[in-house]
Design a protein around this ligand. Structure first.
Ligand code: UDP
Length: 326
């Protein structure tokens, strides 16, 4: 039996692969290396370069590796890019996921874990977002993910494919053992950019908006360490294998930090004063995104181990420093 990890050469998928191997699972990574890197894939995993949308390939992999669960990370993730190039986002995220779900059903696999996003919610308030709240994504990225959630809901009803949809809040940090992290040189995420600014790799860190209705005027996000996110997937896998019903769960700690708080934490951790430039809001950014996380804690018994902004920043910084040195 093995687990098929799509996007396993990417940021989160590569962490997941290490965690699965550590608990004795066999892992097949499927990745087209469009943004990921072969160097991030753990040696013990079987690696296949290919597209998630290649249905025949996926059916063959399921058969050859006796796959009993699919964890689907592969996709495009940059919100502003999805605004300027929506059709690529629908192709990579929605159309390819449709094909993967079809192959999964065809291959007789009953367990599916899907990387969704907090941006599927319509909410615009400081209150934590609850899974039962109304959805209404602000971006094509969010829509492309929500459509996949709907396909999974329908596939559960029609074909008995049970799934756990995990709605990620702001995933950050890197493997505490230093084996993997975010590599994209044009990364847009705040904590990675802050580390790059501390290292002098970028001339300044932009603050996108200082006039939000938040306590200090900057955007507030629920930053979750990638290792805690990965442990949520591992528990979701146990849950599905034990026969758990399809469900949707938030992945966040339940509290947020502002852009200015992230900058202050980065300055404390790195000992560098960041070159900061205040600018206008970025299109599509809500003021707050904070998870209500009681469902995942209750249903999966999830207990985060890295719920500390400085620790998140420290692991991101250590990884970035290593990249900088290589
Ligand atoms: N942000 C910022 N400067 C940057 C990158 C991000 O001020 O260089 C802000 C962004 O407006 C948001 C928060 O940081 O309020 C987190 O953004 P990120 O891109 O990390 O994740 P998102 O919430 O967009 O998924």
């Amino acid at each position: 039996m093995s687990v098929l990890v799509t996007g396993g050469a990417g940021y989160i998928g590569s962490h997941m692969t290490y965690a699965l191997l550590e608990r004795g699972e066999d892992v097949v990574v499927l990745d087209n290396l469009s943004t990921g890197s072969r160097s991030l894939v753990a040696e013990k995993a079987a690696f296949v370069e290919g597209d998630v949308g290649d249905r025949d390939l996926v059916v063959r992999l399921i058969d050859e590796h006796r796959v009993d669960a699919v964890i689907h990370f592969a996709g495009s993730i940059v919100v502003p890019d999805s605004v300027s190039d929506p059709l690529t986002y629908y192709a990579n995220n929605t159309v390819n996921s449709r094909s993967l779900i079809e192959a999964t059903v065809q291959g007789g696999v009953g367990n599916f874990i899907f990387s969704s996003t907090a941006t599927v919610y319509a909410g615009q308030s400081a209150e934590p977002l609850i899974e039962t709240m109304q959805t209404g994504p602000m971006s094509p990225y969010g829509r492309s993910k929500l459509m996949t959630e709907w396909m999974l809901e329908d596939a559960a009803r029609a074909h008995g494919l049970r799934s756990v949809v995990l709605r990620y809040f702001n995933v950050a940090g890197a493997d505490p053992k230093g084996r993997t992290g975010q590599i994209s040189p044009r990364a847009t995420h705040l904590i990675k950019r802050a580390s790059q600014a501390a290292l002098g790799r970028i001339p300044h860190l932009d603050i996108f908006g200082t006039d939000y209705p938040t306590a200090d005027g900057t955007g507030v996000r629920d930053y979750i360490h990638v290792s805690d996110l990965v442990s949520a997937h591992a528990l979701a896998l146990n849950y599905l294998r034990a026969g758990g019903e399809s469900t949707v769960m938030n992945c966040g700690y339940g509290h947020g930090a502002s852009v200015r708080e992230v900058i202050a934490a980065t300055e404390r951790v790195t000992g560098h004063v960041l070159p900061v430039r205040e600018g206008p809001r970025r299109a599509g950014d809500p003021p707050w995104l904070i998870a209500e996380s009681s469902r995942i804690r209750a249903l999966l018994g999830w207990q985060p181990e890295h719920d500390d902004l400085e620790e998140i920043v420290r692991t991101a910084w250590q990884w970035e420093s290593r990249l900088n040195a290589s």
